[in-house]
Design a protein. Structure first.
Length: 232
């Protein structure tokens, strides 16, 4: 058959999805006269996938990202109790719309309530409690911003946590809300400690959480943030 006689008909269907979402946040103010114009952002997205269209089951998102949201609340609570010791300001941000294209973090950066030049770094908490074979944490963006990852490395051994291998070539671009800040030139790092094969599935439930590891990874992040806010 001559190729010019071949014809192909294609049909495409599009599904429009409208998302109404919000960012939620707060500030813990620093006290140093020369450092209180500097800000650190600690963020976690609170959205997930909703309802499975085939089965009708709700995706619980226990690790992705109820773990990050829970850690953000706890770290904020602890730092508020020690706010007199803080030099710099901490912005706690709960982002919406992450699963659909980092919409929440992008919106914040397009409509900031402070100058972006005042944001010295951003740390993202996303899926930090899932059960895995090893007690390890991945510093996503660590090869791009090694000084940020180094702030956490000194706390790994006391907490008996192993650093996961460098996965930046696979996971950094558009991986989570830290990437929106990176695109604006703000040093950013993502904390990840999970089995990616279970994320975005119905297996991401409470039984998937390793609470001992989740506790220690949260401690790791807390110690890192405290040092960042109080250090020279």
């Amino acid at each position: 058959m001559d190729q010019k006689d071949i014809s192909i008909d294609l049909g495409l269907r599009f599904k429009e999805i409208k998302i109404d979402d919000l960012n939620i946040g707060g500030i813990i103010s620093g006290n140093h006269p020369e450092k209180r114009d500097e800000f650190l952002v600690l963020g976690a997205h609170y959205d997930h996938l909703g309802v499975d269209e085939r089965s009708g089951f709700h995706y619980s998102g226990a690790d992705d990202n109820a773990s990050g949201v829970t850690a953000l609340f706890e770290i904020g609570r602890l730092l508020k109790e020690r706010r007199e010791e803080l030099k710099r300001n901490l912005i706690l941000l709960f982002f919406g719309g992450e699963e659909w294209g980092l919409f929440g973090s992008r919106y914040f950066l397009e409509h900031p309530f402070i100058s972006l030049s005042q944001i010295k770094a951003m740390f993202s908490l996303d899926s930090i409690g899932g059960s895995t074979n090893e007690k390890e944490v991945f510093f996503i963006g660590g090869s791009i911003y090694p000084s940020l990852a180094q702030k956490s490395r000194r706390f790994l051994q006391p907490l008996a946590i192993k650093e996961g291998r460098n996965i930046d070539q696979y996971a950094f671009a558009f991986g989570s809300d830290y990437y929106s800040f990176h695109q604006k030139g703000i040093p950013s790092l993502g904390y990840f400690s999970s089995d990616y094969k279970k994320l975005h599935t119905l297996r991401d439930n409470l039984e998937f959480i390793d609470f001992e590891k989740f506790r220690d990874v949260t401690k790791l992040i807390y110690l890192t943030i405290y040092e960042f806010l109080t250090g020279p």
